[in-house]
Every structure is written in C-alpha cells, then in structure tokens.
Design a protein around this ligand. Structure first.
Ligand code: PA5
Length: 434
C-alpha cells in the first residue's frame, strides 16, 4: 500500500497533454530501468537495494553505531554532495528541533571554508569525538582536506592507536585514496557498492551509519524503502505515484515551465529539499536540458519569494509536501481583551492555521499561473523518510529517461575542479592556464 498520495489536479489545466497519454512510453522506460538496458545502466544498484542490501554489513553498521555512541559525544561526518546530503536530510526530517541528540552529529568537508573548519577544530578540542569519513571516489578535495585536518587533531588528542578505533571510513571496496589510507591505518571500513552513485546512496552505509549513530531507527527507514520498492514496481500511472510525478513534471517542462520548486510547510523538511535538489539537478541537468530545481520553506519564504511566485516570470511550478499529522502542536490561547484580534482563532491548533495557509497559497499560486502538485505524507517518521527517498529516486530515473539523459553521471561537475586544480598548481593541470 502507498504511504503517500499525489494530487496533480492543480497542474492539469496547464498541460498541453495529460500524463495518461504517456502511459505507453512510461511502460517502455520502466522495462528499460528494470532490465538495466538504458543510459547509465551500470549505476542501477540502488533500485533493488531495499531488498538486496548487504545484511552482514548492516549488522556491522549497527555495531559501529553503538560503539560510536559509547566512545564519543560528537560524531563528525565528513563528506560532500551525495556523501552528506542524505544523512543531513534524514537527521533534520527525524529530529526534534530543540532537543539535542545523545550523540551530536556535525558535518565537515561539505565546503572549503577555513573559518568553519577553524571553528570546528576549536569546538572539538574539549570533546570526545569520532569521525565517519565518506567518499565514494575517495579523492574528492573538500572531504579529503577536512579529513586530513580532523584526523591529525584526533591523533594529537588520543594518540594514533585510539584514533584508529574512532575513525570509520565509507568508500569504494577496493579503489581510491581514502581506501588506501583506511587500509593502511586499519580503520573500520564500509562499502559504497560500485553500482550505486553518490546521490543514490542514502540507503547504504553512507546514510545509515550516521543516522543509526544519531539514534534513528534505520530498520524503519529500510522498511519504508522496501514498501516503496514494492509500490513503485507497478507500471500503471494511476497506481505508481513516482511515475505519475515524473510524467507530470515532464509535461509541465514541455509545456513551458522551466523551474520546479519543492515546497514544505515544516522547517524539518528544509534539508530534504537540499537532498532532492542534488538528486534531480545533478541527474537531469545535462545536454542543455532539464528543469532547474529550487526550493522554499513556507510560510517563511512567502514573505520573501512569495511576491515573485505570485506575479513574477511565469516559468515556475510547485511540488508541495503536506504532512498529514504532526504529533505535537500548540493551541492558540484566548485573551479577554483580544487586542491582537486573534480570538477568532482561539482554541485552534497551529497545525490547522498552517494547513489553511497551504490551501490558500496553493489556490493563489494556481490563480497566478503557477501549477501545483500536492504530495501528502502521513508523518515525519523513519519509515516515511525511507519511503520518500525511494519515491524520489525512482521518479528521478523515470524523469531523466523521459528527457533522454543519463541520470547517473555528472560530467559537468568536473569543469570547476580542473580550473581549481590548475590554479592550485596540482601536477598534470598546468596546460589549462596556458
Ligand atoms: O552524486 C554524486 O555522485 C556526487 O554528488 C558525489 O556524491 C559527490 O561529488 C561526492 O563524491 P565522493 O563521494 O566521491 O567524494
């Protein structure tokens, strides 16, 4: 049974043709995905992951997470792009905003700010900390520099032998600089399978180790992903929300909408948005094609982007995430004097007001020429997170195949690196500046 619903009624009138007309093509592409005959077919390992994940490695993840919680107050997760956004999205999605985890998770190596790393080094001086360094290639500059600095700090604090017990590496099973460093030093290692690309790797040790260490029940995440795996094997658009979403956004694109905004009304969704932007942006933005993906948190951003969305260039559509039930809420109190004129809301929960904001905004944006899709999720819990991850991954593969691009490579990401290496004087890049 599906854990989510997708309502596309507020998009239909903007489409040149309806998604149902794509049913035949979707079936062909579905077969191409499952038979692994399409572009980038070496990277479809994520597809069966909810069923075929390595159970032995998962048992080691659970053990390592326990050990980290015992050893440390802080876990530093080092990684960038797909090697960090999934864990960050899960942590935010599943965490209570003002309650600290028993184990604090901090991130590093997701940018190259000296000021950030300097502050982090000072912060860690008096803390017991462990490191989970994550890089599939094992050669990415940002995490490699952060790891060198933080590994040195840890070794200075606790000695080389003890540091070895507190460093966990998630990388390729036999290649790359991180693999070599980890092998040489005897760090515990977790594998990112060859056929799973960075942005599709949340359901491997990349996401599962930091999330489990943070006290999140990753078994529930995997359970949700497995439900999604079954649900999104169906080929009919009326049964498969991932394909309906992919088909609708494709038709909005071909009907002239060039920007998709993912919108949520809960602040804990903000990093799901960031993960989603990488997933779709890096998978589809190729060969001069693809929707530009953006995001917003409402009602906050209605007071910044709201004006543009309502009346600016008409090249946008929105995918709105609605959370059906929030376990905690606040009732609006009554006041005898009603000076702030809020008594008409007294006794109402804030979630009710938030929901009316969502409804009113969707109506206004549609009237202003912005199509909407509404994705309703039951709750912000671990199984829904796993389900959503798989939903978006499957939708992304279908979306990219609809515009005929390879979803699983990212050749454009290399361009900045070459220039940066040349400017830094790295051997082999001298010719670029000539
Ligand atoms: O999706 C991808 O493959 C990328 O975004 C990578 O995750 C990112 O570039 C980090 O690469 P690596 O894990 O090799 O350090």
């Amino acid at each position: 049974m599906s854990h989510i619903t997708l309502n596309i009624e507020d998009a239909r009138s903007f489409l040149n043709e309806q998604p149902e007309t794509l049913q035949k093509q979707v079936k062909v592409l579905h077969k191409m995905i499952h038979d692994k005959t399409g572009k980038g077919n070496d990277y479809l390992g994520w597809l069966d992951l909810p069923k075929t994940y390595d159970k032995e490695e998962y048992a080691r993840i659970l053990q390592a997470a326990k050990k980290i919680r015992k050893q440390s107050q802080v876990l530093v997760v080092i990684g960038i792009g797909g090697s960090y956004l999934g864990a960050k999205a899960g942590l935010e999605f599943l965490n209570v905003p003002f309650k600290k985890n028993k184990l604090e998770i901090v991130f590093a190596g997701h940018q190259m700010s000296g000021s950030y790393l300097n502050e982090l080094v000072s912060y860690l001086q008096n803390k017991r900390f462990s490191i989970n360094v994550i890089s599939k290639s094992g050669t990415t500059t940002e995490p490699a520099i952060a790891f060198r600095v933080l590994k040195n700090l840890l070794e200075q604090k606790v000695g080389k032998e003890e540091a070895k017990e507190r460093i966990y590496a998630t990388t390729d099973k036999k290649r790359g600089a991180l693999y070599s460093v980890s092998k040489e030093n005897g760090y515990e290692m977790f594998v990112i399978p060859d056929d799973v690309g960075g942005r599709f790797s949340v359901l491997t040790a990349v996401g599962l180790l930091p999330l489990e260490a943070a006290g999140i029940k990753t078994k529930e995440i995997l359970k949700g992903a497995k439900d999604a795996y079954t649900q999104f094997k169906k080929t009919n658009l009326e049964e498969n929300e991932a394909y309906l979403y992919a088909a609708t956004r494709y038709l909005l694109y071909t009907s002239g909408k060039k920007v998709e905004m993912l919108v949520g009304y809960e602040p804990n969704l903000l990093f799901l948005n960031e993960w989603w932007k990488q997933l779709f942006g890096e998978s589809e933005g190729k060969d001069n094609k693809g929707l530009f993906v953006a995001s917003a948190g409402f009602s906050t951003d209605l007071h910044s982007l709201g004006q543009y969305i309502q009346e600016g260039e008409r090249h946008l559509f929105e995918t709105v995430i609605k959370v059906s039930s929030t376990p905690k809420d606040v009732l609006i109190p009554r006041e005898d004097q009603d000076l702030d004129e809020l008594n008409y809301l007294s006794g109402k929960p804030l979630s009710y007001v938030n929901e009316q904001a969502l409804k009113g905004t969707m109506m206004a944006h549609k009237d202003g020429g912005v199509p909407n899709m509404l994705l309703t999720i039951p709750a912000m819990d671990a199984s829904t997170f796993g389900y959503l991850v798989y939903f978006f991954e499957k939708a992304c593969a279908m979306s990219a195949y609809l515009i005929d691009v390879n979803p699983f490579n990212q050749p454009g990401v290399e361009a900045y690196k070459k220039n940066m290496f040349a400017l830094l004087g790295k051997k082999g890049y001298e010719h670029i500046l000539k």
